[in-house]
Design a binder for this molecule. Sequence first.
Ligand SMILES: *Cc1c(COP(=O)(O)O)cnc(C)c1O
Length: 337
Amino acid sequence: MADFRSDTVTQPCQHMRHLMAIAEVGDDVYGDDPSVNRLEAWAAERHGFEAALFVSSGTQANLLGILSHCQRGDEYLCGQEAHNYRYEAGGAAVLGSVQPQPIENLPDGTLPFDKLEKAIKPDDSHFARTRLLSLENTIGGKVLPLDYLKAARQFADKHGLALHLDGARVYNAAVASGVDVTEIARPFDSITVCLSKGLGAPVGSLLLGEKAFIQRARRLRKMLGGGMRQAGILAVAGQYALENNVARLAEDHANARFLAEGLNQLDGFSTDAYAVHTNIVFVDVAPAVDMQAIARELAQQNLIVSPGYQGMRLVTHKDIARADVERLLAILARLVA
Ligand SMILES: *Cc1c(COP(=O)(O)O)cnc(C)c1O
């Protein structure tokens, strides 16, 4: 079976499962889990931060990040397309009373500084206090340019803002642009990293930042019910993923590009192959193509896609081989013929 819906569907490999089975564990709420402690210390160093926190999900990592930077009545600037604005159930507003101020993303995923500047509120009792700028990399599979990240740091400094990166897929960005992840992380006060997407761990994300920031996040994690006990079983999987599954992301990117180019050969499908920087392909599907019916047909052949309305997102990952992409293209070609 090849599941193109998301890279979250990746299965832990046998070696990862073995490490999970033999992991040394303890009660992490007491700070006693050696595997969690090892991952947090290693990850802090690896990404160039003082401290790290292992958490249940990317959503929780972002929420803790925003809540640890902001107080009630503060606001954070983010993209209209940002995951932590659109797809996290409004958690920062609901649970933290932190107001989002979204700005339209440009087609390359960046947020224009002139628009950001206009959105910053003056120090006046009418307004929420603008405290934080949150970016996302990759965003919609696109890599934000390094120069833009450096300029964002200058912008944040100029306006006294903290700078957060939703780096759920930051390793895809690093591999696609051929730089170390620390280059991407450096301008930021905090970043999140998803271990359970393309990296292939079953559960978990990291939040990285300064010591005092991570201490605040740790308290909030407990408050949210995110304090886990023998979490080392998950932490060893995450560390294995970071140590072994990064370089191979390049294969996913090549497969995504191959898929995009193949789709462009088919009637009724079009994609901007140049916009495929990493492992995500957005496909325009012509109205005449009955994608729901095609998806059902594909499922019969063990190919899973989730059709949207006149569009579709296809994601490559470690459990999709080049042969699966070829099979998908061949069957699609037959079905639209
Ligand atoms: C998946 C994702 C998240 C959230 O991660 P979950 O583990 O699904 O909660 C956050 N940000 C981005 C950009 C993501 O792609």
